[in-house]
Design a protein around this ligand. Structure first.
Ligand code: PNS
Length: 160
């Protein structure tokens, strides 16, 4: 049984993330989308909001489940008995940071391997930060995130 974690902040989830989830669901037996609950970061969406959004958007994939975690990713991997971490690589600028994290995680826990999927060309520019930046200025985010969550993101900036 190959159980993989796809970890991230997903604040908010984008088409790029969803593309990685879809593609990894074909590669591994089970994917756990692990949403980081980072109390030190002032997130746009609460942890429950992020988990529920991703659950709705991935309900068509029977081998994908969505969960949240706190603390170290390797501790969470041990807890859920996952042997693979999935990360998306958009460009060479992602590589240095991702390599460092992957190597650190492997040094600390030899049973974990990080597998990188290259982001689809359509989404190689895309990040949650860009979505938040656009939305905060009233920009059109419909090419970045699914239609169902556009109003949820816009609503966050209307009340702020
Ligand atoms: O979507 P992000 O913010 O790029 O995801 C980063 C994430 C959640 C994968 C990374 O920050 C993480 O694993 N955080 C948990 C703490 C940890 O284990 N850090 C790595 C060791 S330095």
């Amino acid at each position: 049984m190959r159980r993989a974690i796809y970890p991230g902040s997903f604040d908010p989830v984008t088409f790029g993330h969803l593309d990685i989830i879809k593609r990894s669901s074909k590669l591994f037996d089970e994917i756990i989308v692990g949403v980081l609950n980072n109390s030190q970061k002032n997130a746009l969406f609460s942890i429950d909001e992020r988990v529920n959004m991703i659950k709705k958007l991935t309900c068509e994939y029977p081998n994908v489940r969505v969960d949240s975690f706190e603390g170290l990713l390797i501790d969470y991997a041990k807890q859920v008995d996952a042997s693979i971490i999935i990360r998306g690589l958009r460009a060479v600028t992602d590589f240095e940071y991702e390599l460092q994290i992957a190597q650190t995680n492997h040094v600390q826990y030899q049973n974990i391997e990080t597998v990188f999927l290259t982001t689809s060309l359509n989404y190689s520019y895309l990040s949650s930060t860009i979505v938040r930046e656009f939305a905060s200025h009233g920009g059109d985010i419909s090419r970045f995130v699914p239609a169902e969550i556009v109003p949820l993101i816009e609503a966050k900036y209307q009340v702020k």
